[in-house]
Design a protein around this ligand. Structure first.
Ligand code: MTE
Ligand code: MO
Length: 542
């Protein structure tokens, strides 16, 4: 028998890799089984040293901002997913290449070559697929199909893929008999055969990804309709405040579909089941508990408008949002849990392997530390942590686990997921102020024909509050701005400054002062390890 040349083997491996990825993806979208490339990437991301990972993420976020590719979170997630697929495809291609190069040697003396070739393909496919199967089974939380379905599906998919590979190898390497011209049947030439494989591979790939994209987009529209958030946005407590946002200021209440999303999951994040969900409360407590969602939602509830920011939010970045949180005070959970006197912290664990610590003293000293089950008036969505997440005021998002499954009472503080990876152990929010808009097209003209340009944006310092926001034009005096009453004492403040118009190039800068008089830190610092600081400024030719 013949061997495949390296270029032909490479071509075949290449052609057969894409349909595998496409079919795996389609099945994940269609029937909710695990998608191994994402699980593989989750694994790599969890194992990678923190600074390398952060470096990668930073690089990605920087490039997104430099190229102006749209919302940082969506683009970063897409970049992660692309890297995940590329990594999986690369490994698959390499393995297929090795198979195509080694199998002919092993099969050379086989009498039943065609059968053995197919068999070798299946065996190879299964051996190759097994590590992915194991990774998916142990790491995946996004699948909605039962674990068994994922297992059966992946075995079938990798086995079938191997079979196709083996059969292709056979058809390409068998010794062609001397021209057999039986009744007009022309044996396919190798080139024709490769073209056929290429066509089939392209068809499956395009069909699979196309259909999956179609399903995904129709589902996305459905979720957006569900979460239009119109209700709450229409009756905000400060609707009648005399200070109205400058046109172009970001929405004071973030539509749910636009709330930033950041987490360690390459795919959609854990899919937890309403009925079987239990919150495990254990460790240093009088008696361990398993709480159902019904029991938790029966606790006294409260609502708060909350601004949350990711510690990775750059100066003036978009990883900060405001929505209405509903849940129960963590103090109610303490009453239920009855911690032992030696308990000092809770280690909160989440379905995706994320974990963080919260101090019992913080909870006892602040009844607004909340275990939340609803955002924007409806149950948390999957991407935002269904069914339960926590909010601890004044801390960046890295301290606020989503998809909470466990609360273990412990006698010592420990490093949470991002702290172990080099981020600030306290992650207290730093005061920030941002210019969202210099609304030159919306000039206001007063009785004396003076023209004013509305300038505005946000300022935020957690519950420490904002006392003052100042704007500086072209390095001149800092001017006081008008502050709109915020949605709550933990939501950002919208500020506005009507600047007397002068044509030309101008630089506008903004800074804020916290309620207790602490000025915003003006020294420029990047996001790592404690959150960005510095003055935001914009230059415009008007
Ligand atoms: N389980 C879990 N919770 C998590 C994270 C995560 O990766 N896993 N990321 C945290 C980070 S870094 C941020 S900024 C917030 C973001 O919440 P959001 O995506 O709902 O806006 O979730 C936090 N909670
Ligand atoms: Mo974050």
């Amino acid at each position: 028998m013949r061997r495949l040349s390296i270029p032909s083997a490479l071509l075949v491996a290449f052609l057969l890799t894409f349909p595998l990825v496409a079919v795996l993806y389609l099945a994940a979208v269609l029937i909710g089984v695990a998608f191994p490339p994402f699980n593989l990437f989750d694994l790599v991301a969890r194992l990678l040293p923190g600074n390398l990972l952060t470096f990668g993420i930073d690089l990605m976020v920087d490039s997104i901002r430099a190229l102006n590719l749209g919302a940082t979170d969506d683009t970063a997630k897409l970049a992660e997913q692309t890297m995940a697929v590329a990594m999986f495809a690369g490994i698959t291609l390499g393995a297929a290449l090795i198979y195509l190069q080694t199998a002919p040697g092993l099969l050379a003396r086989s009498a039943t070559f065609s059968r053995d070739s197919r068999l070798s393909g299946i065996v190879f496919g299964l051996v190759f697929g097994t590590p992915f199967l194991l990774i998916s089974l142990s790491l995946d939380r996004a699948a909605t199909a039962p674990t068994l379905a994922t297992a059966v599906w992946l075995i079938a998919a990798f086995g079938l893929w191997g079979l196709v590979l083996g059969q292709t190898l056979y058809l390409l390497t068998r010794q062609m008999p001397e021209p057999t011209r039986e009744a007009g049947v022309t044996p396919l030439s190798r080139r024709q055969f490769l073209i056929q494989i290429g066509g089939a591979a392209a068809t499956i790939t395009l069909f699979g990804t196309g259909l999956a994209a179609l399903i995904n987009s129709s589902r996305a529209t459905a979720t957006e309709l569900l979460s239009a958030g119109g209700d709450i946005a229409a009756r905000l407590p400060n609707a009648n405040d005399p200070v109205q946002p400058a046109p172009g200021t970001r929405p004071e209440y973030t539509p749910l579909g636009q709330h930033y999303r950041i987490d360690i999951n390459t795919g959609s994040g854990p899919a937890l089941d309403e009925e079987t969900y239990r919150l495990a409360v254990n460790g240093l407590v009088e008696a361990p508990l398993e709480l159902t969602l019904e029991e938790i939602r029966a606790l006294p509830s409260m609502e708060q408008f909350v601004t949350m920011s990711c510690i990775s939010n750059r100066l003036a970045g978009d990883l900060i949002s405001t929505t209405l949180w509903m849940g129960t005070s963590m103090q109610n959970l303490l009453d239920l849990a009855r911690p032992l006197p030696e308990a000092t912290h809770i280690r909160i664990t989440a379905a995706d392997g994320f974990d963080e610590y919260v101090d019992l003293a913080t909870i006892r000293g602040d009844e607004t530390v909340m275990l939340a089950w609803a955002w924007d008036g409806q149950a948390l969505t999957q991407r935002h942590g269904f069914p339960l997440r926590i909010h601890i005021p004044n801390h960046y998002g890295m301290k606020q686990p989503k998809w909470i499954t466990g609360m273990e009472f412990v006698s010592e503080w420990g490093e949470g997921y991002w702290v172990r990876r080099g981020w600030d152990r306290d992650a207290l929010v730093r005061a920030t102020s941002v210019i969202d808009t210099v609304a030159v097209d919306m000039m206001v003209i007063d009785a004396a024909e003076n023209r004013f340009v509305p300038i505005g944006g946000i300022a935020w310092a957690g519950t420490r509050g904002i006392a003052q926001v100042e704007v500086q034009v072209d390095g001149g005096e800092w001017q006081d701005t008008q502050l709109r009453r915020p949605l709550s004492d933990r939501a950002w403040v919208i500020w506005r400054y009507d600047w007397q118009f002068e044509p030309g190039e101008h630089t506008f800068a903004v800074r804020c002062v916290e309620a207790d008089g602490t000025p915003q830190i003006e020294t420029v610092e990047g996001v790592r390890p404690s959150g960005a600081t510095g003055i935001h400024s914009v230059s415009e030719t008007l």
